[in-house]
Design a protein around this ligand. Structure first.
Ligand code: DGL
Length: 305
């Protein structure tokens, strides 16, 4: 990332915990205090949420993760709110079968469209990627001009603008849908002249209006952040919601006394991956971005949940 500031370089302590879903005041009310040794459930529309898994592995190395990628129904970014909400509710029901202690909605589109519905009837804490990204951007900007790049759905929902303006009314937010980035990343064209050219076209108008902060509002975009940083130039700070969400998650679990204290023993199935289609392809992609040695992913029928 040539010369461009990245939000994860920020040297500050974990954000105060946010707590949702029937856990009033972050003291757990509801059926039972979750077990601190239970896994964290993470989901996305496909492979992109692995950028969040990667952050959790880095920042919370003791934790176990159950990941679900909806590879049969991806992309979510061009679907309706109703559909994305229905898919997200099914996935949450699936993750709950593992008695997860918390759920991370790693997908920006699902966070934009389904958070309210998910929060309504769940009794474990749930966190999406949009609020932490919005908060970091609101704190980062100096000139009050923030750009958001994301799927059509996330940009159309104006959810980043809503949360940023709740924190700072004097900020102007410029959204730009960049639908070609997802297939480019999934084709492995992370450093490629084609990606460069498309990024230049997408970002030109954000450069023209002199933003100083750019939210990478889609799971895949952190994987091309060197390209994005190079094109935006030195004066623009890139905010990575995957990183910010994991910091928030850390603070939330600490506040609830739910951080796992020791690493799971040898031989434990620390990271488990489930998908709705094409498990082998998922594993190949996962191993290209997470240096952990992911051996397998299991295909399940998400329509059963
Ligand atoms: N995971 C989605 C997001 O972060 C991008 C891929 C999709 O459209 O499903 O918005």
């Amino acid at each position: 990332m040539t010369g461009t500031a990245i939000s994860e370089n920020a040297d500050s302590t974990a954000d105060s915990a946010t707590c949702r879903g029937g856990l009033a005041g972050c003291g757990v009310s509801g059926p039972a205090q979750p077990d601190r040794n239970a896994p964290i459930g993470v989901f996305d529309s496909g492979v992109g949420g692995l950028t969040v898994v990667r952050e959790i592995i880095r920042q919370l190395p003791n934790e176990e993760i159950i990941y679900f990628g909806d590879t049969a129904r991806v992309p979510y970014g061009n679907k309706s709110q109703e559909t994305v909400t229905r898919f997200s509710e099914q996935i949450v029901r699936f993750l709950r079968t593992f008695r997860v202690k918390t759920i991370v909605v790693a997908c920006n589109t699902a966070s934009a469209y389904a958070m309210e519905a998910l929060e309504r009837d769940i009794d474990v804490p749930i966190i999406g990627v949009v609020k932490p990204g919005a908060k970091a951007a609101a704190e980062t900007t100096r000139n009050g001009r923030i750009g958001v790049i994301a799927t059509e759905a996330t940009i159309g929902s104006q959810i980043y603008a809503k949360y940023i303006q709740e924190l700072n009314r004097d900020v102007t937010i410029y959204g730009k849908a960049c639908p070609l980035f997802v297939p480019l990343v999934e084709e492995g064209l992370l450093e490629d002249p084609v990606t460069d050219e498309i990024a230049r076209r997408y970002l030109a108008e954000l450069i023209d209006i002199d933003i100083d902060t750019l939210i990478l509002g889609c799971t895949h975009y952190p994987l091309i952040r060197s390209t994005l940083g190079r094109i935006m130039g030195e004066g623009v700070t890139l905010v990575n919601p995957a990183y910010e969400t994991t910091r928030e998650l850390h603070g939330m679990l600490a506040g609830l006394n739910l951080l796992r204290r020791e690493s799971p023993g040898l031989g434990s199935n620390r990271y488990q991956f489930y998908v709705s289609d094409k498990a082998e392809k998922f594993v190949r992609f996962a191993n290209s971005i997470i240096k952990y040695g992911i051996l397998s992913a299991k295909t399940i029928n998400i329509e059963d949940y």
